[in-house]
Design a binder for this molecule. Structure first.
Ligand code: DGJ
Length: 339
């Protein structure tokens, strides 16, 4: 009995300390309200007044417009890849399903497959938008561990599925893409049952991995989000605990293929040791602003995946250290104030 009371008190105290994990006020109360700040964990509505459904996502910036690609989810089902567009990062217009699943049960992307963590990059030479997504084949759980590639002549698609495979024969689950200053693109992926984090340089058309593919480190990490600042590469990852939050870590390297040095947990403040109840998905460099990067995460709701929430936080550089702290409500002017 005593134990129960102590446990109850502990839960209460811990609960009180995890305000960050509680749903907050919706960003948009009505169709007509135009949000002008980021409120992580709140319900984010699109410009039609519908809750946004864009999880495990990533961003593409083209000529003044951001395109946010992410998983379209049902309660648990994967329903393809959604895309939204925005001119200001606050107000998002639904552009539809960028990559759909198909009814042909023999296809790699047959309904019932899993499409997770989609990312899109633009290839200047072929003038194609190229999507990579973690693909699990219908009816096989997470056993297939493949990457899929799809292309479109326009940013919003619809994207045409080209192929799926294990890069250079390696298992490939959580993933991201990164385009370096010289235009070379890279696929970062969790491999060998998520024990390894690997990176493969892509072919010039971004459609295939090259054999320049190597182990970054073997530390059982997933949810990779890579960015570059002042010639140094930063890589945020999570641990592997399914949908449950765990501790993030940061690695840095002066060269993409390493060596990658483990720095530690970049999150700080209450809830930091569980990544504020969320998991990394992307780091967005803000165009036109120097040293402005937005950490994008997901607060998963495994009971109802489509109701998973978004966590966007500014990345701070304090005395050479990357620091991410919880902010209930902030906007892009935050980056001007720190100069
Ligand atoms: C953790 C991964 O980061 C997610 O993308 C998803 O695959 C879940 N595991 C499934 O449990």
């Amino acid at each position: 009995m005593k134990r129960k009371i102590v446990l109850g008190m502990l839960t209460y105290i811990l609960g009180a300390g995890t305000m960050y994990a509680q749903p907050q006020q919706p960003v948009r109360e009505s169709k007509n309200e135009q949000p002008s700040s980021f409120r992580s964990n709140a319900l984010w509505y699109d410009t039609n007044g519908e809750p946004m459904n864009v999880h495990g996502g990533g961003m593409l910036y083209q000529e003044g417009t951001w395109y946010w690609f992410g998983e379209k989810r049902g309660r648990s089902r994967s329903e393809g890849v959604n895309v939204y567009s925005s001119k200001d990062l606050y107000n998002w217009k639904y552009e539809g399903i960028a990559l759909a699943q198909v009814t042909d049960t023999t296809s790699d992307i047959a309904q019932g497959c899993l499409m997770e963590r989609p990312k899109v990059i633009y290839n200047k030479k072929t003038r194609q938008y190229v999507m990579w997504v973690h693909l699990e084949l219908r009816g096989q759980g997470y056993a297939a561990a493949r990457a899929a590639v799809a292309v479109s002549p326009t940013p919003v698609g619809p994207y045409q599925f080209l192929k799926s495979f294990r890069p250079n024969g390696n298992m490939s689950r959580d993933m991201n893409l990164f385009v370096d200053d010289d235009g070379a693109a890279y696929h970062i992926y969790s491999s060998d049952e998520n024990m390894d984090l690997r990176m493969a340089r892509l072919s010039d058309d971004y459609l295939s991995p090259t054999t320049q593919d190597s182990l970054l480190f073997r530390r059982q990490r997933e949810a990779p989000a890579l960015f570059k600042k002042d010639g140094l590469y930063y890589l945020i990852t999570s641990g592997c605990t399914g949908w449950a939050p765990n501790q993030a870590s940061l690695h840095t390297a002066s060269s993409l293929f390493g060596p990658w040095q483990l720095i530690g947990d970049p999150m700080t403040g209450p809830g930091a040791n569980k990544t504020f109840g969320g998991q990394s998905t992307y780091v967005l460099p803000v165009p036109g602003k120097q040293h402005a990067f937005i950490y994008m995460g997901d607060r998963w709701n495994p009971q109802n995946l489509k109701d998973s929430r978004y966590q966007w936080l500014p990345i701070q550089f304090k005395e050479g250290q990357v620091v991410i702290e919880w902010m209930d409500n902030w906007d892009l002017t935050w980056f001007d104030k720190i100069k």
